[in-house]
Write a protein of this length. Sequence first.
Length: 182
Amino acid sequence: MTRAEAIRVIRAIPTSYNGTQYRSRTEARWAVFLDTLFGHSPFLYEGQGFFLPEGTAYLPDFLLPGLSLYAEVKPAVDFDPGGVDKLRGLVIGRGSMRGAVFPEIGPGEVHILLMGPDGPATWEDDRAAWMTCPQGYHHDVQPYYPQPGCRECGTDRGYWHESDMIARAYGIARNYRFGRVA
């Protein structure tokens, strides 16, 4: 059995955090990250299901309405091509929202697959990351080559960057100790 095959047979551990039951520790760690970074819960967990154009039902893991972002949590960006295809279909079908695949939060850089609508397809960047706006007030998932300025701040100067706040949120999420599973 290859490593990839072994990973696929490992079952997720359902985990409770902040009154919500998540399907996996990885999902719960992302909830910790988002709560830490934003100081509140800026997301809905499995809040809205959709029927994709071909009739398949799909329920994204997270909706971050303030960022116009749907997020799917996977052990790795390339772990579930079928799940990524569903997210891609949702992004194309909705036309105004972006999608992201959040991988496991491990040590080192966390690369996110970010996608956005581009007519009948999507643009995609598998080296996207959480970044802070040039003024230091806003956080968002940005492509590898982030756009200058921040629409929220009303500036077109400076570039999005990694910040201590994001590093702190990753550290807290990575090291968070959840209660025992019954």
